[in-house]
Each structure stands twice: as structure tokens, then as C-alpha cells.
Ligand binder design. Structure first.
Ligand code: CFM
Length: 533
């Protein structure tokens, strides 16, 4: 414990006083005897090398982009479209007779003259061209930074095009600068999906109908989760938004339960659907063998049906037996190692169970852009202070839909169930970490290096911006966003894929050839300025 307090000092002491004061609030050592609170979802200090993305990334890249049969037009200079082209690995399968535009990247490719004279005409033409060439089910228009700065009215253009072409055209004011991170983009996307898609198509779903929210089919995760859900007998009406179509999302209000995998990116929709249509939501975690089993059991409890529970147990037994031997093999190879996890807004929590199943202990974890509730649990939501940045994002006022609202159970039944399963509940990352472990929000480059030097982990699960810096320090790093071209990692079969990749990555002889620069070169020390000088 004292070593870890030292770590905190080692990081903070290097900062000028103002920065120190700010960063101190974002770093915690877990101590279950204390009420802990962490600063999160606040502006990164200018000049600090953060791993965060932008609001546009959260809206187009994360939530809207995975819908397969929509053409997603990025209104902006080409870089924003180019860098979101295929990099997130949200896969999607074309439905019979349907369309799939995931392999494409659409952009208005704004030039200097468009910045000076406005890009609205170009946007309208792009919509026209997309409809002519591709005839999509619907179109999204996402705004990048310059669009907001020059004041192009994308909503007016969308309206004109809707009237002319008669298909849904959704516009998102998700300019990159709009929030402190991609998290703002999630919220903006959630709002528009709710007002413009969900509820638009009525269907009669099968028995045990569910939606899978906050699952984006990275590396095929959703396919593996749905394989198991279908095997048990669930009807997955839609995923939001991995491997989804416009019409499937439009039918979401017909299901009986929403499952929430990634709380950060989709909890707004889960709440809004409950208010508007009466569908409860339950937190799940499909990463790791135990977490997967527990989520499936909770799901069976929700439907309270003996045959369903029996089938659930049968499938869990069958699936775990099939992977047991291999998991055991990798556990032997990975045992007694430690990990640091630093990922977006949910995976730094979700992967801890799976890591411990192969004998790896997570000693430090944190998020790029999660909010306090993702760390401390949803109970603290009323205490979260809104700052200017969060006020920038519209809060939709959703009301009960008189025609389509349907209570799924009595209030009494709901309360009874809530005592057993996580309905409208998320306890957060801090809750599950061991005493003495480090929690760190909006980790930066300097802190990454310090954590590695002090904690000497064998595995660092993080992102593309820091992966190779970490590996140059001789530590295996896995890209936890795109899975380094691997996957799926969710569910039972996914757990084996992850275990195999981690064992291979950690144990490759390549590490014996890496010498960190500080082992061969003398360090040059200096100070740019003294605080107050
Ligand atoms: Fe949710 Fe995600 Fe994540 Fe996220 Fe993301 Fe992602 Fe992520 Mo990258 S929606 S918060 S904005 S689980 S793209 S699929 S891996 S940072 S931890």
C-alpha cells in the first residue's frame, strides 16, 4: 500500500502545481474502508498527451457507424472519414435481400473553398449521389469540427433531402470539439436514434424477446454472444448497434428486456426506452466464462420460466465443458502474472474477470472517458455536478408513449426481481477492484510510462496510441479496442481466443530482444521552468 502511495507521488510530484491539483483527483488507490470518489469526464489539460478521442468519433465511429444498411456520410475534410474507415472492426453481416455498406467510407471531402463559402450544397449533392448509386435504407450525416465552426446547417439540408427523396436522413451535430471526449458523441447519437429510429416499426417478436444494447460486434463478439443466446432460445430483436439494420433498431420497442453490455455508450437509450415503452434493462457482462454464465442465469431469472432455466444450465455446461481443457492450458502458461488495463469506458472493467480466469491479476485500471457512475456505480448519478461541457449536450425529455407503452411486469414483481438481478443497476469499476490496486482516469503518456516502471506488469491492455510505446518498454500490449485483428473475445469461445492470444503475446521469445532505451542510454535530466519563477 505504501508503495502505491509512493507511486501516486512519483507521478504527481513531476507536475507543476496546477496540473498536480487536477490530476490528483483522477488517481486513486482502492481502499474498501473508505468512500472513494474519482474525477472523470472533465477536460484534459492542454498539452497532456491523452488517449481520448473526439465527439465525432463517439457518434459516428462508435454508435451510428455500425448500422449496416445506412450510408454514413461524414461531412468534413477527408481525414475524419479516412481514419474511421474500418478501423474499429465493428463487423456486420448482410441480411437476405438487404444491403451492407460497412466496407465503404462516405465523405463530402470538404476543401478550403467549402470552408470559406460553406459546404451545404456539397452535402446535398453527396446525399443525392449516395441515393442514386446505393439506394440505402437510410442515411446519417455526421458533422466534423469545421462544420460547426463555419455554421453549415446540416439539419436543414437533411430535412430538404428527406422531403425530396423520401427516406430517413438523420443529422448529428457531433462536431469533434463538442464534448471533452467521445462520450459526448455517444449521448448525441443515443438521442437521435431514440427520436428517429426506435419505435418506428411494430413487429410481433418471438418468445423471450430481448435487445442487446451497447454491443458493437467488434471482431465478431456479437455473433458469438447471439450464437449462445439463440441456442438457449432467445429472440434477439436487435443489437445496438453492432451488426444491426435500421429496421431492427426501429423494432426495439417490441422486446421484453434490454441487456446493457457497455453501460457508458448506451445507458441513455436504455433509460429512455424504459420510460417511453416500459422495457426494463439489465446490466450484463459477456466477457469471461464466469461473467457470461452469470449474465445468462440472470437473464433466465428475469423470464422466470423453469424450462428456460434448465436450458440455460444445459447450454452453460455444454459450452464450458468444450473450452475447459484449452482454458486450463493457457491458465498454466499465464498464471501469476499481472496486468494493467486502460481502455475507453467499459472494457477496463469487463476484462478483469476473464484475465483472472487465466491467472492474471489486474493491478491498475482506468478509463479514457467514462463518467463517475462507470467507476463508482449508478447510485452517485444524482451527485454528479454538470459542468459547462456536459451542459453542452442536449438531455432529451422523454415521456411515456400512450399507444406503445406496455408494462412488462407489476411494480411488485419488478422490485422482487431487482433484489436478485442488476435491473437498472451498475455497480461500476471501483467496486470490483482489489484493495491496493490503482484506479486512474484519463491516463496520459507520462503516467503510462511511470505505471509500467513501478508496477512492471506482464500485460498492458490498451489502445493503438500507446501500444507500441508500451511494447518498446518490453511489455506485451494488446489492442483492447480492435483486438489487433483477432477476436471474437466475448462469450465462451471468445474467452479461449483471448486466452490463446494473451499467452502467445506474453510468452513470445521476441521480448528477450527488446532493450528499453533507458537500459542503454544515460537519462538526461532538466527542467523547463520552476513553478512561480
Ligand atoms: Fe463501450 Fe465500446 Fe468501450 Fe465505447 Fe470505444 Fe470500443 Fe472502447 Mo474503443 S462503446 S466504451 S467508445 S465498450 S470504440 S466497442 S473499445 S474506446 S472500452
Amino acid at each position: 500500500m505504501s508503495d502505491l502511495n509512493k507511486l501516486q507521488d512519483q507521478i504527481l510530484d513531476q507536475y507543476p502545481a496546477k496540473v498536480m491539483k487536477n490530476r490528483k483527483e483522477h488517481i486513486l488507490i482502492k481502499d474498501s474502508s473508505k468512500e472513494l470518489s474519482i474525477a472523470a469526464n472533465t477536460r484534459t489539460i492542454p498539452g497532456i498527451i491523452t488517449n481520448r478521442g473526439c465527439c465525432f468519433a463517439g457518434c459516428k465511429g462508435v454508435v451510428v457507424g455500425p448500422i449496416i444498411d445506412m450510408v454514413h456520410i461524414v461531412h468534413g475534410p477527408i481525414g475524419c472519414a479516412y481514419y474511421t474507415w474500418g478501423t474499429r472492426r465493428n463487423k456486420g453481416k448482410t441480411r437476405d435481400g438487404g444491403k451492407n455498406f460497412l466496407a465503404y467510407s462516405f465523405s463530402t471531402d470538404m476543401q478550403e473553398s467549402d470552408i470559406v463559402f460553406g459546404g451545404e450544397k456539397k452535402l446535398y449533392k453527396a446525399i443525392e449521389e449516395a441515393i442514386e448509386l446505393f439506394n440505402p435504407r437510410a442515411i446519417s450525416i455526421t458533422a466534423t469540427c469545421p462544420v460547426g465552426l463555419i455554421g453549415d446547417d446540416i439539419h436543414q439540408i437533411a430535412k430538404q433531402a428527406r422531403e425530396k427523396f423520401g427516406i430517413p436522413i438523420l443529422s448529428f451535430s457531433c462536431e469533434g470539439y463538442k464534448g471533452v471526449s467521445q462520450s459526448a458523441g455517444h449521448h448525441i447519437a443515443n438521442n437521435r436514434l431514440m427520436t428517429d429510429i426506435v419505435g418506428k416499426k411494430d413487429i410481433e417478436p418471438g418468445k423471450y424477446s430481448i435487445n442487446l444494447l451497447g454491443e458493437y460486434n467488434i471482431g465478431g463478439d456479437e455473433w458469438e454472444i447471439s450464437r449462445v443466446l439463440n441456442k438457449i432460445g432467445y429472440d434477439v430483436v436487435t443489437t445496438m448497434t453492432g451488426n444491426s439494420t435500421y429496421d431492427e433498431i426501429a423494432s426495439a420497442h417490441n422486446s421484453d428486456l434490454n441487456l446493457v453490455q457497455c453501460h457508458r455508450s448506451i445507458n441513455y437509450i436504455a433509460d429512455m426506452i424504459e420510460t417511453k415503452y416500459g422495457i426494463p434493462w439489465m446490466k450484463v457482462n459477456f466477457i469471461g466464462v464466469d461473467a457470461m454464465g452469470e449474465s445468462l442465469r440472470n437473464l433466465a431469472k428475469f423470464f422466470d420460466d423453469e424450462a428456460l432455466s434448465a436450458r440455460t444450465e444445459e447450454v452453460i455446461a455444454e459450452e464450458t465443458a468444450a473450452i475447459k481443457e484449452e482454458m486450463e492450458k493457457y491458465r498454466k502458461l499465464c498464471e501469476n502474472k499481472t496486468a494493467i488495463l486502460f481502455v475507453g469506458g467499459s472494457r477496463a472493467h469487463h476484462y478483469q474477470g476473464l484475465l483472472s480466469e487465466i491467472g492474471i491479476d489486474t493491478v491498475a485500471a482506468g478509463y479514457e472517458f467514462a463518467h463517475r457512475d462507470d467507476y463508482e456505480g449508478r447510485d452517485i448519478i444524482p451527485d454528479i455536478k454538470l459542468d459547462a461541457d456536459s451542459r453542452n449536450i442536449e438531455e432529451l425529455k422523454v415521456e411515456k408513449d400512450d399507444k406503445k407503452f406496455r408494462l412488462r411486469m407489476s411494480q411488485e414483481q419488478y422490485e422482487k426481481l431487482k433484489a436478485q438481478i442488476p435491473l437498472s443497476e451498475y455497480k461500476g469499476l471501483i467496486h470490483e477492484m482489489k484493495d491496493g490496486s490503482v484506479l486512474i482516469d484519463d491516463l496520459n503518456h507520462f503516467e503510462t510510462e511511470t505505471l509500467i516502471k513501478v508496477l512492471k506488469p506482464s500485460f498492458f491492455g490498451s489502445g493503438i496510441k500507446d501500444k507500441y510505446i508500451i511494447q518498446k518498454m518490453g511489455v506485451y500490449s494488446k489492442q483492447m479496442h480492435s483486438y489487433d485483428y483477432s477476436g471474437p473475445y466475448a462469450g465462451f469461445r471468445g474467452a479461449v481466443n483471448f486466452a490463446r492470444d494473451v499467452a502467445a503475446g506474453m510468452l513470445t521469445p521476441a521480448w528477450s530482444f527488446v532493450k528499453a532505451p533507458w537500459n542503454t542510454q544515460p537519462a538526461i535530466k532538466g527542467k523547463v521552468f520552476e513553478e512561480g519563477a
